[in-house]
Design a protein around this ligand. Structure first.
Ligand SMILES: NC(=O)c1ccc[n+]([C@@H]2O[C@H](COP(=O)([O-])OP(=O)(O)OC[C@H]3O[C@@H](n4cnc5c(N)ncnc54)[C@H](OP(=O)(O)O)[C@@H]3O)[C@@H](O)[C@H]2O)c1
Length: 431
């Protein structure tokens, strides 16, 4: 290695642009902290104007073909900031690892889909593989799990991992406006994509949750193990009733050790207003870790955006420069063990349900009968706000019940003539 640690960076978009700015602005401090100057040896993007606009030095090689950059560069580390589970990002990654180069990415989709294979490749090649920015943006949760919390057995890890969803749920609560209106505004403000499904259907949260599950529980990255629900079905009515019942609605990724294995799921849930994480609002992310020695620990910060994400990427570059080799999945590949996945149908917990029912005598009795037959017991009930068409929202919360019993009861209730539409069920988590 020369007297500089050389970086080759593919993708000069939001995150890549932030990384270039950080490397240039914090050049001196990084040199002191890493022991080497960090040199931007090569960059690649489809558009050469981006490099010029960012003030990339003249001495930095520019490529429009990122594959060519990885093949030709003598850089010590390749940074992939293009995105996508497969295609160019995956090619660059395998090519860089195959050439024995350290690799850094912010690409949660790629790790969620190929993390096990990449962990094996990185280990075989003995190179550093960093993906701090892939989960919760600027929050150093991967580093915390791989380093600061390494002495703990983790029983539970959960978090608000998608700023778009948290922003939408926060604005719905603060303004009383419906989901569709708030989503449209979030799109105008650039907080949600034109096609928002990746965020609002929980897929992005699922990618991050399966990565956290692997790190926390020593298991392979297993996206298919997750049951995933997004926030499309959360109505303004549910947000109002949640407040009245003492809850907040948050989309959480939840990983838990439980009898018989591990459960890993993504769903919107009602959490007590007294829980600290209930107060993490707007585009902020939070991750809570329950470790046997550390106890309850919460990390809060910006989960996305140019500067926070660049901060996380550069932390990985610094680790690579200082040769801090850490196993990609926290434990060496041979120590990664499959664990039994406990399905969501086995969950035992409390539930909130909103039924849309005809406002007439006997309806509550009909619903209560079905619940009783299925062994589900009602904890509280609110009926208010008759609509002009004669329907009314009927809100119930259930005592701790098995999820399979709740879903069986709800599918039977959905077929009752007095009930319109599908009941909206939201899990209650006493965090
Ligand atoms: N944005 C965030 O806040 C954030 C937070 C955490 C993690 N991440 C992750 O970071 C990664 C990058 O996200 P981003 O938001 O920075 O994306 P972005 O703004 O779309 O940037 C991607 C850049 O890569 C360029 N590109 C596309 N195909 C290329 C190719 N074949 N060769 C070279 N360059 C190519 C794009 O050019 P064109 O625009 O011309 O296509 C664009 O400049 C993703 O994996 C994302 O999940 C993002």
């Amino acid at each position: 290695m020369s007297d500089a640690f050389k970086v080759a960076l593919a993708g000069l978009g939001t995150v890549g642009g932030g990384v270039v700015k950080l490397l240039l602005e914090q050049k001196d401090v990084l040199k002191k902290r890493c022991g080497w100057p960090i040199e931007l040896a090569a960059v690649a993007d489809l558009n050469p104007d981006r490099a010029r606009a960012l003030g990339v030095p003249e001495t930095t090689a520019f490529y429009t073909d990122a594959r060519e950059m990885v093949e030709k560069t003598d850089a010590d580390v390749v940074i992939e900031l293009i995105g996508g589970a497969d295609g160019i990002a995956y090619d660059l990654c395998r090519s860089a690892l195959g050439r024995g180069k350290s690799f850094v990415t912010a690409n949660k989709a790629m790790i969620a889909h190929h993390g096990n294979e990449l962990a094996r490749l990185a280990e075989e090649r003995g190179v550093f593989f960093g993906y701090e920015a892939a989960v919760a943006g600027g929050i150093p949760i991967i580093k915390s799990l791989r380093e600061g919390l390494v002495g703990n057995r983790i029983s539970e890890i959960y978090g608000i991992l998608n700023g778009t969803c948290n922003y939408i749920l926060t604005v719905m609560r603060e303004t009383g406006r419906p989901f569709g209106d708030v989503l449209a505004d979030a799109q105008k403000l650039g907080y949600a994509e034109a096609d928002p499904s990746f965020d609002i259907d929980g897929i992005d949260t699922a990618h991050k949750t399966c990565i956290l599950g692997a790190l926390a529980f020593g298991m392979p990255v297993d996206l298919a193990a997750l049951s995933v629900e997004g926030i499309r079905s959360v109505a303004d009515t549910d947000i109002d009733f949640a407040e009245e019942l003492g809850f907040r609605i948050k989309l959480l990724g939840v990983g838990r050790r439980c009898d018989g294995g591990v459960s890993l799921n993504v769903y919107p849930c009602m959490i007590p207003q007294t829980a600290e994480i209930a107060h993490v609002d707007g585009v902020f992310n939070a991750v809570v870790v329950e470790g046997d020695f550390i106890g309850h620990t919460m990390f809060v910060g910006r989960g996305a955006g140019e500067r926070p994400t660049a901060s996380a990427v550069v932390a990985d570059i610094a680790d690579a420069a200082m040769h801090r080799g850490l196993p990609l999945l926290n434990v060496a590949n041979k120590e990664v063990r499959p664990v039994a996945i406990v399905p969501l149908s086995e969950r035992v917990g409390e539930y909130y349900v909103r039924f849309e029912v005809d406002d007439r005598p006997g309806v509550v009795a009909d619903i209560a009968r079905v619940l009783g037959v299925n062994g589900v017991s009602i904890a509280s009930m609110i009926q208010r706000g008759r609509r002009p068409d004669g329907t009314v929202p009927l809100i119930m919360t259930f005592h701790r019940s098995k999820e399979s019993a709740v879903t069986a009861a709800l599918s039977e209730i959905e077929r009752l003539p007095c009930v319109s539409g599908k009941p909206c069920m939201i899990r209650i988590e006493r965090l």
